[in-house]
Design a protein around this ligand. Structure first.
Ligand SMILES: Nc1ncnc2c1ncn2[C@@H]1O[C@H](COP(=O)(O)OP(=O)(O)OP(=O)(O)O)[C@@H](O)[C@H]1O
Ligand SMILES: [Mg+2]
Length: 439
């Protein structure tokens, strides 16, 4: 896989981040509204308390003996007070206070209405022609705590929302992209030679045009390759008969000519026609190799085919080829004809380019490894890398068109196998080795 960011990851993070941000904005807005409403409710409670307590306090104070001291309202049972109050006269002298009330919280002189200190919210009311004042105080910390708790309660779902959103987005994106991933894998897994249309019928609508475009391109490519292949095959085929006829005629002419110089020239023409026939034969093999069909439906034993191909070279290089075969069958799905062409080209090269005083080693193992080795000069790595290209030759002397290894490579590629070329041969200081696993 490449190091590009995955769509799934990017969408997962972006959507989760977006949802979280929106949620935070929502929480802030609702928190502010809730705080405003709570303040109204708390203020109303403060006012209500003051107005309820004041008549009772006034009655109690007026019924007291004149000159009695400030009194603290008794608590029926032990409790914390959120609301504390003091009842004072106009000069600020305390007449009555709730049991937890701290007189320092209030201003020196009583005041009516709502006011704030740094720590408390206070509401004051008066009675008896503004001679008796009540002031009820509520700690601001109490309100802050209430607002904080409400805010936290709203934030709490985020703890679940973030992982759930990440998982949900990841899952939905994965589900939606499943067909696209399958499409990508089907393109990735096909061999370079497979030009059959890709399956894009179940892709999401946005991706369908890609599949259509890919198929159109594959179709054009297939058509172009087929045209090229059939042109090569047809021309090679068409050349065969006239070349064979010309060769036969030239050979007959050679026997009829009695002058030596003329016979030499006719011999040269014969040689040229022979190499032309060889080239047309190789072109036909290349067209077949590139046309695919290197794999057959059933397995075939390669041992007798290799024995036959090596036998064909006996006349040309008697006793030079050392053939090593497995004791049992070596079966492969490689098409027998394709295998014969492949082996013939590799052995032909070994016989042609190997040093004549060294044997050509041809071996086939039971696990299907074919190795063809010969002695000879080293081929530099940069040249070796190019040999499987068409019309490329390292040795330019001697007849040859530079197509043999291209044919072998096309057959190997068509069958999904790899042809390995080495120089020097394994375990030697020089020479050449071709190896292919035919399973
Ligand atoms: N066994 C080998 N030993 C040394 N050199 C080799 C061997 N096989 C191939 N080569 C080099 O690789 C070149 C390309 O080989 P290839 O079989 O493709 O073409 P060719 O033999 O020149 O022509 P053709 O096979 O078409 O008649 C050869 O010209 C030769 O230089
Ligand atoms: Mg060759």
């Amino acid at each position: 896989m490449s190091n590009r960011t995955s769509l799934q990851k990017r969408l997962g993070i972006a959507l989760t981040f977006g949802v979280t941000l929106l949620w935070l904005l929502g929480v802030t807005a609702s928190g502010l509204v809730a705080q405003h409403e709570m303040n109204e409710v708390f203020d109303s409670a403060l006012q209500e308390t003051a107005q309820r307590v004041l008549p009772l306090a006034v009655t109690g104070i007026l019924n007291r003996e004149i000159g009695a001291r400030n009194e603290t309202a008794p608590a029926l049972e032990e409790h914390d007070e959120h609301l504390t109050y003091v009842v004072r006269d106009r000069q600020g002298k305390i007449l009555l206070q709730s049991h937890d009330a701290d007189p320092d919280v209030f201003a020196t002189l009583p005041r009516k209405g709502f006011s704030n200190t740094s720590t408390h919210r206070i509401y004051g009311a008066s009675a008896v022609s503004d001679t008796i004042y009540i002031e009820v105080a509520e700690p601001l910390a109490h309100r802050r705590e209430a607002a904080l708790e409400a805010g936290l309660a709203l934030l709490m779902p985020l703890l679940f929302l973030i992982p759930v959103s990440l998982l949900g987005v990841w899952w939905v994106v994965r589900l939606s992209l499943r067909r696209v991933v399958e499409f990508q894998q089907s393109i990735e897994s096909r061999g370079a030679g497979d030009l059959s249309p890709v399956e894009g019928g179940r892709l999401p609508a946005e991706f369908e045009p890609v599949a259509v475009a890919v198929n159109r391109l594959l179709e054009r490519l297939l058509r172009a390759l087929e045209t090229e292949r059939s042109f090569t095959a047809n021309s090679a085929h068409e050349l065969r008969t006239p070349l064979a006829t010309a060769l036969a005629k030239v050979q007959r002419l050679k026997t009829e000519v009695h002058s030596d110089p003329l016979r030499t020239r006719v011999g040269e023409i014969e040689e040229a026609l022979r190499s032309l026939a060889g080239l047309s034969g190789k072109l036909l093999e290349l067209a077949k190799a590139e046309g695919g069909g290197a794999i057959s439906q059933d397995q075939h034993n390669l041992v007798p085919i290799l024995t036959m191909v090596v036998g064909d070279f006996e006349g040309e290089a008697p006793g030079r080829i050392n053939l090593t075969l497995p004791g049992r069958e070596a079966n492969s799905f490689l098409d027998p004809d394709a295998f014969a062409i492949l082996a013939r080209n590799l052995i032909e090269n070994a016989v042609k380019y190997g040093s004549p005083d060294q044997p050509v080693e041809v071996s086939l193992t039971a696990d299907g490894a074919l190795r063809v080795r010969n002695g000879g000069n080293l081929i530099p790595p940069d040249q070796l890398a190019l040999l499987r290209n068409r019309f490329v030759r390292a040795t330019t002397h001697g007849p040859g068109s530079g197509l043999g290894l291209a044919i072998a490579d096309a057959i190997a590629e068509g069958a999904g196998m790899t042809l390995v070329l080495r120089s020097p041969a394994t375990g030697c200081g020089d020479g050449f080795e071709a190896e292919i696993y035919l399973v």
